[in-house]
Ligand binder design. Structure first.
Ligand code: FAD
Ligand code: UDP
Length: 364
């Protein structure tokens, strides 16, 4: 059979494209994924204790993009959830992003207004201009002490790169607050898909024009399949056979534990910001999914260079290499590169969906 489109990858990028092409343009689509499931890194499943876990780490949906929210709402109902994170520093827990509570607890202060906190941070912060890296962006807002405590070691563990060698966009993802708001995100829409992510993907991909083939690597079937147009959501360097060298990606090894206790953490995610623990964060999934169970499942994240690519690594060097690949992209027709790995962008889920919808409208 001949397909109009071959889509490589059944994560958000590939699934949005498949759904739009099938439902809006009546195109015949084959979606392949080398994994044994759909959903990409947002895949969730019930573990053997009956607890809904995210196999590739905690995924919290948040967006200000109404169009993206409305689009995904075609395939899922939602459960309101505002994510909270605590940093474990020494034996104590502090809200992250840094807020008034964090400052009061750490410096034994008693600030009650935003202005007092602002003034305090003004006395701590060092002016860094221009902002060139992830150290500059934090030190410029809160000073070296807070940077060292909450960002320096966590960042080194996560990326195996010092913050001063990482794009400011990395640590710049985390804001600084003067008030007591202890939510991780402040987006307008903060929800979890009611029946989980995988169910949402199933609904997106269930269409007479869409065929799904799992356990299928694009590079193994290159010459076998007949199709007119390719949509590629895998790593861009692999597509071009690493002709300009390998792009760095960070991977994660997860350690899972089920504990015979109803809940073990006060919030969904605890970040271990000290260097003495090798893991970066511990997630307790029941907080995210609001599931009621007798036991609880947690995951420890250990980041590593090798393994499945999870995060592009935003440095000057990797950007330069990516631009060379991007140049190659411009030379070929009949292929669209979309998603976090194929465009080498540190995108959240909503950004991947937004970009895919835009590409669909512009190019197809
Ligand atoms: P992916 O989900 O990576 O999908 C790409 C798919 O392509 C994969 O399934 C892969 O198997 C397949 N593939 C690759 N190469 C081939 C090949 N050669 N042949 C066949 N198939 C192939 N975002 C948020 O908004 N909120 C969060 O809380 C959040 N938390 C995250 C936590 C972690 C630990 C990670 C790693 C990411 C997190 N994200 C979060 C980001 C989110 O995972 C991504 O934005 C989104 O899943 C990217 O979708 P994608 O389709 O671009 O890529
Ligand atoms: N970060 C940190 N300490 C924290 C939280 C975040 O140093 O307590 C830094 C770290 O480099 C991390 C980046 O900020 O990779 C972005 O954080 P985010 O929570 O957005 O990471 P993600 O959820 O994408 O892993």
């Amino acid at each position: 059979m001949k397909y109009d489109f071959l889509i490589v990858g059944a994560g958000f990028a590939g699934s949005v494209m498949a759904e739009r092409l099938a439902s809006q343009l009546n195109k015949k689509v084959l979606v392949i994924d080398k994994r044994n499931h759909i959903g990409g890194n947002a895949f969730d499943e019930y573990d053997k204790n009956g607890i809904l876990i995210h196999r590739y780490g905690p995924h919290i949906f948040h967006t200000n993009n109404e169009k993206v929210f409305k689009y995904l709402s075609l395939f899922t109902d939602w459960e309101f959830y505002e994510h909270k994170v605590l940093a474990k520093l020494g034996e104590d827990y502090y809200p992250i992003p840094i807020n008034r509570t964090t400052i009061n607890k750490l410096y034994k202060a008693n600030f009650t207004t935003n202005d007092e906190v602002k003034e305090f941070l003004n006395s701590k912060k060092e002016r860094r201009y221009p902002i060139r890296n992830s150290e500059d962006i934090i030190v410029n807002q809160v000073g070296y002490d807070l940077f060292e405590k909450f960002f320096k070691h966590y960042t080194k563990k996560q990326w195996n790169i010092e913050p001063k060698d990482l794009s400011p966009a990395v640590c710049g993802r985390v804001p600084v607050r003067f008030d007591n708001d202890d939510r991780y995100f402040t987006d307008k829409y903060q929800f979890m898909p009611k029946d989980g992510y995988t169910k949402m993907f199933e609904r997106m991909l269930t269409h007479k024009n869409i065929e799904i083939r799992l356990n299928t690597d694009y590079f193994d079937i290159l010459s076998d399949e007949k199709y007119n147009f390719l949509i590629y959501t895998g790593p861009i360097d692999r597509f071009f056979n690493y002709k300009y060298g390998k792009l760095p990606y960070r991977s994660i090894r997860f350690e899972w534990k089920n504990l015979n206790i109803e809940k073990v953490q006060p919030v969904g995610v605890v970040n271990y910001v000290d260097p003495n623990k090798a893991y970066t964060r511990v997630t307790e999934y029941k907080h995210l999914t609001m599931q009621n169970t007798r036991t609880t499942t947690i995951s420890y994240e250990y980041t590593q260079a090798d393994g499945e690519p999870y995060y592009p690594v935003p440095t000057e060097e990797s950007h330069a290499t990516y631009h060379k690949y991007q140049h190659e992209v411009r030379k070929i027709n009949n292929v669209i590169f979309t998603g976090r790995l194929a465009t080498y962008q540190y995108y959240n889920m909503d950004q991947v969906v937004g970009a895919a919808l835009k590409q669909f409208e512009e190019y197809l």
